[in-house]
Design a protein around this ligand. Structure first.
Ligand SMILES: [Zn+2]
Length: 182
C-alpha cells in the first residue's frame, strides 16, 4: 500500500475499518504525506458547521478558525472561545469527592481512589452533554490543560504549509489572563 485512500481513512475515523486494512496500514514503511490533509477533509465533511478545522483535540472537540480567532468548538457547534484558554473552564463539571459518588463509577469499590486524597472531575459539553474528559487529581489541584498545540510550528515546519494568520502570539497559554478577568 503506497497511499491510504480517503474511503479507508474515513472507515478508520468512524471506527469500522477491517483488521486486515489496519494491519496493512501498519505495515506501510512511511506514512503518505497527504494523509493529514485527507484526514482533515474527512473531519470537515462530517462537521455540521463551516469553520475551518485546524486540529482535532479529542473525540468531540476541535480547534477551528473563526474570523481572526482560533477557538475550540464541539462537534455539536458549542464554542469554548480562544483555544489558548483551557476549554475546561467553559465546560460543565461534575466532581466526585466522596466514597459514594466514586463508587457509582468504580467497581469493585476497593478500586476507587481515596476521597481524602483524590477527586474525580468529569467535564461535559454544555451544548450536547458529551463527556469530554476526566481527570483524577488531589483536591485543589489546578485544571489540567491537556493540549496547547503550537499550530504555526506544526503547519509550517511539519506540514510545509504555514497558516495564513501565522504569528508568534498564538503559542501562549492565556488561561491565567482569562482567570484574572473573572
Ligand atoms: Zn457538544
Amino acid at each position: 500500500m503506497e497511499k491510504v485512500d480517503k474511503g479507508l481513512l474515513k472507515q478508520l475515523v468512524e471506527g469500522h475499518i477491517s483488521d486486515n486494512d489496519v494491519d496493512e496500514m501498519r505495515r506501510m514503511t512511511k506514512k503518505d504525506p497527504e494523509r493529514f490533509w485527507t484526514y482533515l477533509e474527512i473531519l470537515q465533511d462530517k462537521a455540521t458547521w463551516d469553520n475551518q478545522i485546524l486540529m482535532r483535540l479529542n473525540d468531540h472537540l476541535f480547534i477551528v478558525k473563526k474570523g481572526d480567532e482560533r477557538i475550540v468548538k464541539c462537534e455539536c457547534g458549542h464554542e469554548y472561545g480562544d483555544y489558548r484558554v483551557n476549554w475546561k473552564l467553559h465546560s460543565d463539571v461534575r466532581v466526585r469527592d466522596n466514597q459514594e459518588k466514586m463508587e457509582e463509577v468504580y467497581y469493585p469499590a476497593a478500586a476507587a481512589p481515596d476521597p481524602d486524597w483524590m477527586e474525580i472531575r468529569e467535564f461535559y459539553c454544555p451544548g450536547c452533554a458529551a463527556q469530554l474528559a476526566v481527570e483524577i487529581v488531589p483536591p485543589g489541584y489546578p485544571l489540567i490543560f491537556e493540549a496547547l498545540p503550537d499550530l504555526d510550528r506544526f503547519y509550517s515546519e511539519m506540514m510545509n504549509k504555514p497558516l495564513s494568520d501565522e504569528s508568534p502570539d498564538w503559542f501562549k497559554d492565556k488561561t491565567a489572563d482569562y482567570l484574572a478577568t473573572l
